[in-house]
Design a protein around this ligand. Structure first.
Ligand SMILES: C[S@@+](CC[C@H](N)C(=O)[O-])C[C@H]1O[C@@H](n2cnc3c(N)ncnc32)[C@H](O)[C@@H]1O
Length: 334
């Protein structure tokens, strides 16, 4: 029996046969095809390190973000097999695509389309337990396994200058704020939007700490009450990349010269390649605002035993390494 053109395309992609790929594409073979194993031509090319084939397929519209049955993208396969050229081609294509998509989404939002985070979260009940804070759908808002990460974030934003004036957006379980307090900052401002989280903060005595100022409301609505800071940390819930990106537009006013900014880097925490794409995207967009970003790798595998996720609807982090972002004005870091 004759093979389908798409089957032939998968074979040519795996073999890196550029001429054959071009002929098959010109004859109408579909580059977004999944073979019987659930693998696309792009994944075949990436797995075998066929960088030219990767470029040809991407140019023909092959989706960079398609996933195999085991949840791997072409970029993951290139990464797993250490095929740097194929990986770079995929990373560039993914970043370009996300930049274009972001621009379209912003234009859509301006024209009255959707956008913004999950606005319901702030109106719904939350549940606190010793090791987590959950939303009304049993999704984790914050979990205690992140404590070492929050301590590292506090060290990044307070460490060098002994605290100074610090801003944290999103109290959650208060882990990062407890760690910030240990640096005895001159002023520690906390912005929190959920009424039950705010009530708990007050019950725990955060309202009586001399150096703490609590600003209740969504960060988007309370910006005019904020000053400028030596250290800023951002970690909200129910918001998307676009919200983080919007917050970044305010950094030039909020962050003092020489100040350090960091955010919870949970973007696409379920897929290694998508996570790299978003690390690069944030770094690029912060670069356009005049900030340089360093990512400090922190191993997290040991804090993440399977039992940690018991009763939690969505495993928001599945990678072995957390990349803690440290951002500062490019001229300060030179
Ligand atoms: C992931 S938790 C923060 C965890 C915190 N870093 C810690 O160490 O425990 C996110 C917090 O942000 C709050 N939040 C969500 N959207 C917000 C917004 N737009 N403005 C301010 N706070 C927000 C949530 O209510 C929640 O308390």
């Amino acid at each position: 029996m004759e093979k389908e053109p798409e089957e032939l395309l998968c074979e040519a992609a795996a073999a890196g046969d550029s001429a054959r790929i071009q002929d098959l594409l010109a004859a109408g073979a579909d580059p977004s095809y999944f073979d019987s194993q659930g693998i696309t031509p792009l994944m075949h090319a990436a797995r075998h390190g066929r960088a030219d084939a990767v470029r040809l397929l991407l140019a023909a519209g092959a989706p960079w973000n398609a996933l195999s049955p085991s949840g791997l993208s072409a970029g993951d396969l290139a990464m797993e097999h250490s095929h740097q050229d194929a990986f770079d081609a995929l990373l560039n294509a993914a970043i370009q695509a996300e930049l274009v998509l972001g621009t379209i989404a912003r234009a859509d939002r301006k024209n009255g389309g959707g956008g913004g985070g999950d606005s319901n979260y702030l109106e719904e009940r939350v549940a606190f337990s010793e090791d987590k804070l959950m939303d009304a759908e049993s999704k984790a808002v914050m979990m205690a396994w992140e404590r070492p990460l929050m301590e590292a974030h506090a060290r990044a934003i307070c460490g060098s200058g002994g605290g100074g004036r610090v801003l944290n957006i999103g109290f959650g379980m208060g882990l990062v704020d407890e760690a910030i307090q240990r640096y005895k900052p001159l002023e520690h401002t906390i912005v929190e939007a959920h009424p039950e989280v705010r009530d708990r903060m007050l019950r725990l005595g955060w309202g009586e700490k001399e150096n703490v100022k609590i600003v209740f409301g969504r960060w988007q609505d309370v910006l005019s009450q904020l000053g400028s800071y030596d250290g800023i940390f951002f970690d909200t819930y129910g918001e998307y990349y676009e919200d983080l990106r919007q917050f970044h537009q305010h950094l030039p006013r909020l962050l003092k010269p020489g100040g350090i900014y960091s955010y919870f880097n949970g973007l696409c925490g379920g897929n290694a390649f998508f996570h790299v794409v978003y690390c690069q995207l944030v770094s690029l967009e912060l670069g356009n605002l005049g900030y340089s970003t360093q990512f400090i790798p922190l191993p997290v595998k040991d804090c993440l035993a399977e039992e940690v996720w018991e009763g939690v609807k969505h495993k928001y982090w599945q990678l072995d390494t957390y990349y803690l972002p440290v951002c500062q004005a490019a001229c300060d870091s030179e």
